[in-house]
Each structure stands twice: as C-alpha cells, then as structure tokens.
Design a protein around this ligand. Structure first.
Ligand SMILES: Cc1cc2nc3c(=O)[nH]c(=O)nc-3n(C[C@H](O)[C@H](O)[C@H](O)COP(=O)(O)OP(=O)(O)OC[C@H]3O[C@@H](n4cnc5c(N)ncnc54)[C@H](O)[C@@H]3O)c2cc1C
Length: 495
C-alpha cells in the first residue's frame, strides 16, 4: 500500500508525486496510457511556461547555462507579478478565481526553481516568442522559457526524477473510481491488464486531465458543434478523474462550457499525433488574414499578441460554416511564420496572383474572397510602421471587422494560404479546490484524502487563457496538492 496515489502521469501528476515523496510519503502513480503514449497533454506541448520574473538575473538563476553573449544579444525584458495578474484578469474577463490566481502568480517563479533543482532544464524560446530586429532578439508577450526538448523532454525528465525518488509508476493502469466512506477517500479502484482491483492509500491526488477527448461530454458541456472539433493532444483525457470526484460529491467549478481551442490543421487526425506534436497548430495569423467559406473575415487577427488570442480563436473558427478557415499571407511576412508552417502534414496552397490563390482555396467563395482582400488592402494604415515585436497599432480603418495591429496589404507574391479548423486543447471546467488543493464537496467542505491539480482544477480560466499557463498551473497546484497529500497521508494510511 502506498501513502499517496496520484492519478495521471502528466506534468501536474509528476509535480504532485515528487512533492508528496519529499514529505516522506511512498507514492504510486497510475497512468492509463501505455508507457509509449504516456504523459498526457504535457507530452504534446512545446513546454512553454509562463512565470513572473523581474529581469535577466532571475532567468540566469533558472538557466545557468545562459552565456554572456546570449544575454547581450537578447532583450529579455521582465514579466513582473503585476503583469501576470493583469494578463490573467484581462483575458479571463476578470472572472479568474482570485485565490487560485494569486497562488499561480506568486508561486510561479519559486515553482520553476523547484523544478530546476529537481533536474528539469529550461531554455529561452528564441524564434517563437522573440523576433530578431536590428541584430537583437526582443521577447514579447510574457512567455520567455520552455522546458528543454519541449513536452517530450519534460515528461522524460519527470519520469527520470520519479524513478530516482523511488516513485512507482504503473502504466496501462486506468483509475475507475475512488474508494471512500464517510471518513474520506482511502484508495482507488484501478483496471490494469483486464483486471480490476482496489489499491488502498492514505490520500489521492487526481491529475487526470480534462474531458476534451470525450466527444459526448464535449457536446454535452461545450455545446453543439464541439463534437466536430479535433483533439490536439492526448486521447486519454476523457474526464475520468472529474467523473470519479463528482461521483463522490465533489463540487464542480469554473467554466464548464469553456475550453482552450486553437486554429489547427484542417486535415489533422481526430486526436494528437506524437510524431507531429504541436505542429498542427497555426499561430502566425496575426501577420495575415482569415477567410471563411463565404470568403469573409470574421475576427480581428491582430487584436493582441497571439499569446492572448490564440486560445479563443479556435472557437471562432468552429462557429464558421463547415468549421474551417484559410489563413492568408503574402511574401513580406513569410519569414515571420513559425516553423509549424513548414511541416509536411500541412494543407497549403500558393499562387503568384491573388486571383489564382482565391481559386485554390477549397470550399471558399472565390469572388467574395477577392473583394474582402481588396477592401482589407485599401483599409490598412500604411502610414504607421509595421513592427512584429510590439503591438504596432498598424491597423485598418473603416472595416466592419477591424484588424488592430500588424495589418499589411496582401500585395507581394507569392501568396500562401493554410487551411485550419478548430483544435481543442483542454477544457476549463473542473473541481473546486481550497488553498491546499484539497477537493471541496458540494457543501464546500474539504473531502478528506482527496486533492486535485492540473487541467482538473476549475476556476482559473474563463473564455481565454494566456499562453504557457497550463504547465505552470499544473506545476504550481501539483506541487501544492502533493505536499498536502504527502503530509496527511502517512498519518491517515496507518488508520
Ligand atoms: C498540442 C498542445 C500544445 C500545448 N502547448 C502548451 C505549452 O507550450 N505550454 C503550456 O503551458 N501548455 C500547453 N498545452 C496545455 C498543456 O498541455 C496542459 O495544460 C497541461 O499539460 C496539463 O497537464 P495535466 O498534468 O493537468 O494533464 P495531462 O498532461 O494531460 O496529464 C493527464 C494524465 O492523466 C492520465 N489519465 C487520464 N485518465 C486517467 C485514468 N482514468 N487513470 C489513470 N490516468 C489517467 C492521462 O493519460 C495523462 O497521463 C498544450 C496542449 C496541447 C494539447
């Protein structure tokens, strides 16, 4: 019998397992997926993590490998806690739970250092989050650091740390329900290799992800049409952890009708493909325009840095006829397109004239598309200089749907267009936890022996999300949940 059982083997789960172990608890991790597909959504990420830092010295503490030459060639800026709070507030329309948000922001830097001290390495995200202007990189959008070797590297690092710490990980082990009585949770019923058994423990940490991979729950909670979305990541996050907790009276919390959803390759498979990772996403839309089947624009592509719009624009694409759009660019911005535009598995058309391009846009009203582009080109404030590193204010004038920044006439061939649909990343609805990450019941009392972390925590995100916050939240609340579970478990498991 383990003191603590952690359900899931993504970033939040491993943070919880390691933190519980540090409290002296013995820990067993249950991972539903086989070893080669393990790691949940975490494995699909680029490993980008948002945390508060006051300047380059904070980054040097996190990344001691940074050289003087790299520091000299880069403007890392700062991302103070106040800015992180402001971003969380603004993008969630000030609905984010203040206590959860406070923990996330104020514990972000110390949690990154805690991860580094355990052996997780980080690197600056040159290229994706900083463009080179006049020989110097400048970071923008509060997202500066990623885990070494991205999501796969992060999962691998956690797996090695867990092994070193003597944490047992059972693969192909699906938690099906919680073992509990009036005194709280005492174990997990698990199905592994076709056999169901009960594993006893002193405390359980649920870190089994959201319900984005469950078509029926998506339709039920996110609404009609969401059954047609692609799933960006793990097919194993079907809401099991949420169901298990709700079954014993846990309180649902947060925006159950909301999700993180992005523009995603139109012809991508139903679930994420670990061979492609996050390569199906198409995040350079601020430098082009989007056209739907009617040949019309339908959102402000340049409303903000992509970090602050990308997570809600998938939903906007889902609302369009036949759930697709084309992202259109000209040669002037080609060098700004992220590397995901150059993968093999991409639906792209190119042409030397706009007329030829419009004719190649599958399922689009070509005549109307040309009118839209002409109107857009005529509306651009070309008197304002284009600058991808700042919100340049180079917008459009007089269009029913403006483009607020980085507007540039489509006038330089060759032209390119990429077909996208909606890819759902994770769902926002979850469980209600207290400051120790204990799961609350419907009377708002803590359920003894039950903790939650990661995508399963409700109340942090509403409507939108600042890029890089999912892994950070998973680490912060995973560490808190594991610490709490570890502290109480040894005592309880002796009951
Ligand atoms: C393509 C993509 C790119 C992303 N990029 C970023 C990024 O760069 N930065 C960022 O911050 N966020 C990113 N995200 C979001 C990020 O992946 C999540 O917010 C984060 O990984 C969630 O961590 P988690 O531990 O809660 O869940 P997960 O990592 O999904 O882990 C859940 C675990 O639970 C397991 N599980 C499920 N059901 C059961 C069960 N019944 N029994 C046992 N185990 C079970 C799963 O197999 C999995 O191991 C991205 C997501 C995707 C899909």
């Amino acid at each position: 019998m383990a003191d603590v059982i952690v359900v899931g083997a993504g970033n939040a789960a491993f943070a919880a397992a390691v933190a519980a172990r540090e409290q002296g608890a013995s820990v067993t991790v249950l991972e539903r997926a086989p070893r080669e597909l393990s790691g949940g959504n975490t494995r699909f990420t680029a490993g980008a993590m948002r945390f508060a830092y006051d300047g380059v010295e904070d980054l040097r503490r996190l990344m001691p490998d940074l050289t003087d030459a790299e520091v000299a060639a880069t403007d890392f800026g700062a991302y103070p806690q106040a800015q992180f709070f402001e971003d969380m507030g603004r993008v969630t329309e000030y609905r984010t739970d203040p206590e959860l948000c406070e923990q996330l922001v104020t514990k972000s830097r110390e949690t990154m250092l805690w991860m580094r001290d355990r052996g997780i390495r980080f690197a600056p995200i040159w290229g994706r989050q900083a463009f080179k202007i006049d020989g110097r990189f400048k970071f923008w959008g509060g997202l500066t650091v990623e885990a070494w070797s991205g999501g796969p590297g992060l999962v691998e690092a956690w797996t090695q740390i867990a092994a070193r710490e003597g944490i047992e990980v059972l693969y192909g082990a699906r938690a099906v329900s919680l073992v509990c009585d009036d005194a709280g949770v005492h174990g997990v019923r698990v199905k592994q290799g076709g056999r169901t058994r009960d594993l006893a423990c002193g405390a359980v940490v649920l870190a089994a992800g959201g319900f984005q991979a469950n078509t029926e729950w998506r339709t039920r909670y996110l609404g009609p049409g969401w059954d047609l979305a692609k799933v960006r990541g793990s097919r194993f996050n079907t809401g099991d952890g949420l169901r298990m907790a709700l079954d014993i009276g846990a309180m649902p919390y947060g925006q159950w009708s909301g999700s993180h959803a992005v523009q995603w390759e139109r012809n991508a498979p139903e679930f994420g493909d670990l061979g492609v990772g996050d390569g199906f996403q198409k995040h350079s839309y601020p430098f082009g325009i989007l056209l739907n089947a009617r040949g019309e624009r339908f959102l402000d592509e340049g409303a903000d840095f992509r970090n602050y719009t990308y997570a809600r624009y998938g939903r906007e694409v889902l609302k369009q006829p036949r759930q697709f759009a084309w992202q259109v660019f000209d040669a002037k911005v080609r060098h700004l397109l992220r590397d995901e535009y150059r993968i093999r598995q991409v639906t792209r058309v190119t042409a030397d004239t706009l007329e030829a391009l419009a004719a190649k846009l599958d399922d689009v009203d070509a005549a109307r598309a040309l009118e839209t582009i002409a109107a857009f080109n005529a509306a651009v404030r070309t008197d304002i200089p284009f600058d991808p590193n700042v919100k340049d204010g180079r917008g459009t004038e007089g269009l029913p749907i403006p483009k607020s920044n980085w507007a540039d006439p489509l006038d330089t061939p060759p032209y390119e267009a990429y077909a996208v649909t909606c890819g759902v990343t994770f769902t926002f609805g979850g469980l209600r936890i207290d400051g120790r990450a204990a799961v609350l019941d419907v009377d708002l009392a803590a359920i003894p022996g039950l903790y939650a972390a990661g995508e399963m925590v409700g109340g942090l995100f509403y409507e939108n999300y600042p890029g890089g916050t999912g892994l950070m939240a998973g680490a912060v609340f995973g560490r808190i949940a594991g610490t709490s579970a570890g502290m109480v478990a040894a005592g309880r498991s002796g009951d």
